[in-house]
Design a protein around this ligand. Structure first.
Ligand code: SF4
Length: 665
């Protein structure tokens, strides 16, 4: 055990930061779960210094969602190392961002496939005495000859490994070069954008995994933590037991959606067609191919039946799906179908790898879907639903409750800390994420000077469905937007949906600023955003019309004069579909009345506070913030806002808004 001050890398603490670090240190020491709601500017990333002070030899895993969060922790740990020489840290961002080998198909599968080929070749050559694959003329010749568009030998892996001869025969181990580079990577700073150059001819992923083995802190992306298979592999690679890990999850308000996304699986009509082709091309004798071939048209018939529905998204009864698949077939139950499909899927996977085809097969997808539907039949945390996209029907087994996964992670590891600037209300997040597990919570006040911000809440506008076509409400909303748009500098307005955004973009005539409307296409959105952000330097300004929870509302850091104000028009509740109603019912059964708030209102409040949170990123930033919906003033919604917002929000009407905004400038 050491003192936090030995690790804390700054001359002094920010307001309330010491309290936050003490709480984190306590959890690292005793174990358990801690949720911290800490607004921007509270110095959240320094929590890692408290964990280091109390790690007692345990490895610290920091899970981040974006490269910009990763860079924040790299900077923080580099600062700590200036005080505590010898600190080792590294990161893993997933093979998609790390693998330099080209080729088609999924990067993980391609890696698995080429490594199987490469290993076999290297071993064959090693048996003939060639223990350093990178120097073997035959391997070099084969690498030169291979099709670069479709490689089957990985030269980066070849250079990263050597064979050692021992009593147990030949052992493939990391080469001295990769070990040296890995060691240096953990003791210096290798930013993600210079990783490939640093690795040279070696496999960057392998190098960083090697460096992670002896690191005090390993920064990983969310998938390394929340995907059960990847997490288990990671523990094996690091050679650590789960109980010896302290985990810190940054931007933890995203965790629910991420876990649900990982646990959900979907299947579309093209998958069924493709699965049928794959079965026809399977020459190997595998039990059940014919029987499964007869099941596929039944799934297609089921989808055809759903096409006639007038809903774009709705629940389907898994018992009917089960009956349609099994009735009159050779199978007594869904379990029997799943059993055969698993065997077929394995055979297809093997065949694909042999043919250097690294794409996921449709049979594998079908297998995963049927397996999930079978397992989830008795688990209410999963809903079976269909979506209609133009004319095509997509079936989905959707997870709606991340608590099962998060409880497992929390109990398996020594300590788990969730931190975010928008984990408010903490009690709701605690219930949603961990249900009845004992969890400690801490809420940190806003440390930025209050004089630098004005927070208004509209009393007389709303996007509530019953008022959407109300002329008076529309006029007042336009007046509120116009008053807001008169504030100097770059501004952003966030709407609950693309449709409402487009509606108001067409109705508002904002002459003083260039208007940027969020497109659905990501590349176009990036280009427009870059232009918007370049305006302040040219002494110009613009206004974003964007969507809450969209591409311009989260994870972006609009520092200084890049954004002078943000307005949220409407409480961004998700559309109230049958599926949403079932999710609300599920949480009501679980938590009573609070369940409806958790399932429906909480995500909307979070999207709104995330969007407004783009403006004030440093203590010097000044900003105008507007909650443009009277529902934010209602008791249950207001109580869900961060405490500083509840205290500071000033109710306004569209009539007086312009005067108040002008006076505040
Ligand atoms: S071994 Fe490394 S370089 Fe080769 S395919 Fe896998 S991740 Fe890519």
């Amino acid at each position: 055990m050491s003192d936090i001050n030995d690790w804390f890398p700054y001359p002094k603490y920010r307001p309330h930061q010491e309290e936050m670090l003490n709480a984190a240190a306590g959890t690292a020491r005793q174990g358990g779960v801690l949720l911290i709601d800490a607004p921007t500017g509270s110095g959240k990333s320094s929590v890692v210094s408290a964990l280091l002070a109390e790690s007692s030899g345990r490895t610290i895993l920091v899970a981040v969602r974006t490269i910009s969060q990763l860079n924040t922790f790299i900077r923080e740990l580099d600062m700590i190392r200036r005080k505590k020489a010898g600190l080792k840290f590294t990161y893993l961002i997933g093979k998609r961002g790390m693998c330099p080998l080209g080729g088609l198909g999924d990067v993980y599968r391609r890696c698995e496939g080429v490594k199987t080929f490469t290993n076999a070749l290297m071993r064959e050559r090693a048996m003939k005495g060639s223990l350093v694959p990178a120097q073997d003329p035959e391997i070099i010749k084969q690498i030169k000859r291979q099709d670069r568009e479709n490689p089957i030998i990985c030269p980066y892996f070849v250079r990263s490994r050597v064979f050692l001869e021992g009593d147990e025969g030949l052992r493939l181990v990391p080469s001295q070069e990769i070990r040296k580079k890995a060691e240096k990577a953990a003791s210096s700073v290798v930013n993600p954008d210079s990783l490939h150059a640093y690795a040279g001819g070696l496999c960057p992923y392998d190098m960083m995994i090697t460096s992670a083995k002896n690191a005090d802190v390993v920064i990983v992306n969310y998938h390394h933590l929340f995907n059960d298979d990847i997490r288990e592999q990671l523990l094996v690679s690091l050679n650590v037991e789960a109980k010896d890990l302290i985990i810190l999850v940054d931007e933890a308000h995203n965790v629910g959606d991420v876990v649900q996304g990982i646990q959900s699986v979907s299947l579309d009509e093209r998958d069924i067609q493709q699965a049928s082709h794959e079965l026809s091309s399977l020459k190997t004798k595998v039990k059940g191919v014919e029987a499964v071939r007869h099941v596929l048209p039944r799934i297609r018939d089921f989808m055809d039946g759903l096409r006639r529905s007038t809903e774009v998204e709705d629940w389907f009864d898994p018992a009917i799906f089960d009956r349609i698949l099994t009735k009159g077939s050779l199978y007594p139950s869904m379990a029997a179908i799943v059993e055969d499909i698993i065997a077929i899927s394995d055979a297809i996977r093997e065949k694909s790898l042999q043919n250097a085809d690294f794409r996921e097969s449709a049979i594998e997808r079908l297998c995963e879907f049927l397996f999930r539907i079978h397992c989830s039949a008795t688990d209410p945390a999963y809903l079976t639903l269909f979506r209609k996209d133009d004319e095509s029907v997509i079936l989905e087994v959707r997870n709606i409750d991340p608590a099962g996964t998060l409880q497992e992670i929390a109990t398996a590891h020594h300590a788990l800390l969730f931190i975010s600037g928008t984990l408010s209300p903490l009690e709701s997040f605690r219930q949603y994420y961990f249900a009845d597990l004992p969890v400690t919570t801490l809420s940190i006040p806003n440390a930025f000077p209050q004089k630098n911000r004005l927070l208004l809440a509209s009393e007389d506008i709303t996007t509530a469905y019953r008022m959407r076509q109300d002329k008076g409400n529309i006029d007042r909303t336009i007046r509120m937007i116009t008053a807001f748009s008169g504030h100097p500098g770059n501004l952003a307005i966030y709407f609950p949906s693309y449709q409402i955004m487009a509606d108001y973009a067409a109705r508002c005539r904002l002459m003083k600023k260039k208007v940027f409307i969020e497109p659905r296409d990501a590349a176009e959105a990036n280009e427009l955003l870059a232009e918007f952000l370049s305006l302040p330097k040219k002494k110009k300004s613009g206004i974003l019309f964007a969507v809450c929870g969209g591409k311009w509302s989260e994870g972006l850091d609009y520092r200084g004069d890049l954004l002078a104000g943000a307005m949220v028009v409407g409480l961004p509740l998700a559309p109230y579909t049958q599926v949403r109603a079932m999710a609300i019912q599920y949480f009501k059964r679980k938590f009573g009345k609070e369940g409806e708030f958790i399932a429906y209102t909480l995500p909307a409040i979070n999207k709104a506070t995330q969007a407004l949170g783009r403006v004030l990123r440093t203590p010097e930033d000044r900003g105008l913030l507007i909650l443009g919906d009277s529902r934010f003033l209602e008791d249950d919604v207001k109580a869900g806002l961060p405490p500083w917002m509840q205290q500071e929000m000033k109710p306004v009407t569209a009539d007086v808004a312009e005067g108040i905004i002008t006076r505040w400038r």
